[in-house]
Ligand binder design. Sequence first.
Ligand SMILES: NC(=O)c1ccc[n+]([C@@H]2O[C@H](COP(=O)([O-])OP(=O)(O)OC[C@H]3O[C@@H](n4cnc5c(N)ncnc54)[C@H](O)[C@@H]3O)[C@@H](O)[C@H]2O)c1
Ligand SMILES: [Fe+2]
Length: 385
Amino acid sequence: MYVYKVPETVIGYEITNQMGTLLKERGKSRALILCDGFLAENGLIESALSSLETKGLRYELFTEIEPELPVETIEKAFEVAEQLEFDAIVAIGGGSCIDCAKILSAMVANGQSVNEMIGTGKVKGPGIFTAAVPTTSGTGAEVTPNAIVKWSSQNRKDSIVSSFIVPDLVILDASLTITLPAHLTAWTGLDALTHAIEAFTSKRSNAYSDMYAREVIRLIAGSLRTAVYSPHNRVAREEMLFGSFLAGFCITHAGTGAVHALAYPLGGTYDVQHGLSNAVFLAEVMKANLPACIGKYAEVAGLFGCDEPRWLRDKAEKSIALINELCTDLGIDEWRKTIPLKDGDINAFAEEAHSIRRLMDNNPRELSLTQVRDIYESVFFDVGS
Ligand SMILES: NC(=O)c1ccc[n+]([C@@H]2O[C@H](COP(=O)([O-])OP(=O)(O)OC[C@H]3O[C@@H](n4cnc5c(N)ncnc54)[C@H](O)[C@@H]3O)[C@@H](O)[C@H]2O)c1
Ligand SMILES: [Fe+2]
C-alpha cells in the first residue's frame, strides 16, 4: 500500500500578494521563509513578505539555499530553525529550495536527521505545515513525495521518498518565473519534459500517470521554445509552470528512469544543474529504450504535433528526432561541452547509475552495465565534442 497526498493548490498570476491571507486562513501566524540569496535580492519575494506584514503575520527569513541542495545547507537551515518559533515553512524558489523546506519540515517535526530519512518510507510522521511556491518550471517538487540531497564530500546524490513530505499548500504563480534566464528556462523545462516521458514509458505507468504525461508533453512541446526565446510571454510561462506541476504527479505515480539515473553522478560530482544533466541524456536513452516502447514513443511524436510518418516504428523514431531538434534549438549541445566529464569517469559513473535500482527498475527496457556505459560514451565522446 502507498498513500498519495495531493496538496491544496492555488493558481493565478501575480498572486503572491495573497500569501498573508492564505496562511492566516489556514490558522498560521509565524512563517519561516526559505529562498536563495539571488531571489531575496532581486525583489521576487517582496510582495509575499509585505502581504504577511499586512495580515499581521510574523516571519523570519533563511536565504542561504544552495543549488542542488547540499546536506550542509539543510543542516544550516535546521540550526537556524531550532532558534525560532514558527508554525509554517514557506519555500519560494526552485526545486532545491522546495526540497529543503520539505526535509526541514520533517526534521523539525520528527527529530530525524537527513541520513535517517534517506530511502523510501523512512520519514516517521507528518512534518509541520509547508507551502511551496515554485519559481522554476521544472522539478514538480511542489507536489512530489521526493526530496533530493547532495553529499558534497562523497560526490553523491540521494533521495528521501515519503508522502509525509508532500507540501500542504502550493501556490502556482507564473509571474515569478519571468526572471528565469534563458538557459535555466531551457534546462528546467527539459527536466519537466523528461519527467513526463520517463513516467509515460515507465514500467509503473498507469492510466492516471499517462493522463498527466500526455498533457505535460503537449504543453511543453508547444511552449518551451517560446518561454526561452520570448521570456515575457505570459501564456508560455503559465503553460510551462502548469506542465512542470503536472509532471510532478507523473513522477509520483510512475517514477522516472534511466535518464535520471545517468544524470545523478553528473550532479553529484560536477554540480551540473539537474535539468541540464537530464537533458544531455534524454534522446540517447530514448534510442536505447525504443524497442520496448514503440507505441508510446509514436504517441510522443503525435503530442509534439507530428502526424507523419504513418508506420508506428518510424513515428517512434521521429519522437527521438523531435527531442534532438528541441535540445539543439535550446543550445543543449553547446552546454554539454561545458561538462568536464573525463574518459576515466565513465566506468564509475556507469556503475553508480546502473546501481540506482529505484530508477533503473522503472525503465521500460532492462539496460545492462555495458549499455549504460555506451550511453555515457556516445553522449560525451561520440557526438562531435
Ligand atoms: N523533489 C523532486 O521531486 C525533484 C525532482 C527533480 C529535481 N529535484 C531537485 O531539484 C533541484 C533542482 O531544482 P531546479 O531545477 O528548480 O533549480 P534550483 O532550485 O537549483 O535553482 C537553480 C537556479 O535558478 C535560480 N532561480 C530560481 N528561480 C529563479 C527565477 N525565477 N529567476 C531567476 N533565477 C531563478 C536559483 O537562484 C538557482 O541559482 C535539484 O537539487 C534536483 O535534484 C527534485
Ligand atoms: Fe528531474
